[in-house]
Design a protein around this ligand. Sequence first.
Ligand code: UDP
Length: 470
Amino acid sequence: MEAESPTVNIFFFPFVGGGHLIPMIDLARLFASHGVKATIITIPNEATVFQKSIDRDQQSGLDINFHVLQLPPDTSLQTVDMSAPPMTDTSILQEPLKQLLIQRRPDCIVTDTFHRWVADVIDAIGIPRIIFNGNCCFARCCDENIKRFSPHTEVASDTELFVMPDLPDKIELTRSQLPIFVRTGTEFPGKSTRAEQNSFGQVVNSFYALEPAYVDYFRNVIGKKAWLVGPVSLCNRNLEDKAARGQKATIDENSCLNWLDSKKPNSVLYVSFGSLARLSPTQLYEIALGLESAGHPFVWVVGKILDDKGKENCFPDGFEERILNSKMGLIIKGWAPQLLILEHESVGGFMTHCGWNSTLEGVCAGVPMITWPLSAEQFYNEKLVTEVLKIGIQVGSEEWASWNMERKTVVAKEKVEAAVVRLMGAGDEVMEMKRRAKVLAEEAKRAVEADGSSFNDVDALINEIKRCIR
Ligand code: UDP
């Protein structure tokens, strides 16, 4: 960047809820590291969670701050946490945001698509608006082509495979794996096409070498202006940032690391379903049996449970004692320091719900995955991992359901066991997956280093904003 050029002033307006808030904080920190004056617009309890990371960035000379929007005492936003769902209504922030923008007039604002009301407010003030929607290009291409070609309407049943038309690879899905609002032809309210059409462009948390054919397709065929700036999680370089990312971990990081230290390299399976999904007690029971009979060490993050009534008995009799005494497994009830765990040398596999952040964090850690998509765009991500990148195997999840819905089907213990035995074993197929995963991890790191593709895309976006404000 030219030394004499003016500092670009960018606001970042994250959505509440882990899967969207966490990467947007990282995004702001990333842009600050490229010389931008970054302001994260947030609400009180969110700012507290990330304050220490931001303090450390400031101490190292970055120009990054929070601007906390005050809330009336009776609003439900006062108590949101990492598990806030996508439909959370944030419109109470409309007026304070408007006043702030009129007063401070940033050069540009990055907003999350789940703030459904935001486009009109910002466009009326005339500030360039960049969209962040948290997905990769592959998923965006699937999403767009479903809308353009409706291939799912041409199959006779929810379980019959159809091919996603016109994509660079042959990708097959069933209707049951599509979001309900796609199946029923209703638009998900968080995805306003009008908001996209009037925007300055989009930032994508991905990197070119991960999905080159889909980045090109997204830009050239679908016609979106996109800067690929990830993996944004790689801006967390020190232990403190990684240990308390998003929320203070339920487990003390040292006991977690000591437990991992006691295991052989690549021997542990990390199991997590993200910040939002709620599995049923019946499903948790099957996972427990499957993990135990597979016989490989594991760290299992048991987040929120669907039916609180069944909470007490969702594990088989004596399961917790057995795995504790044999040191076979570590169960984390609540929030795990995911980046620290994934990066530990003893972790050799990741059973994931294919949330995009987790998937990309798995890529950065160079671990192959067992894919267990549940909702959102996770079934598309599964296809990217298993069929395009070929760094994972499917557990056999067949049914899309919203984060808080009971599923009709349960993935049986036999499927869990088979997937774990296969992924954590030393078969040729898995060794090849591991090799590919390591290569991608190296490419991910290269992308964010000086002159890497994502590094250059961040600078390209900053320069474009500069041209716009001159
Ligand atoms: N996460 C974490 N600890 C947990 C659960 C989640 O650090 O116990 C982080 C994870 O690293 C990721 C984010 O929360 O950055 C979850 O986002 P993702 O897109 O994977 O899934 P979602 O939670 O949106 O379903």
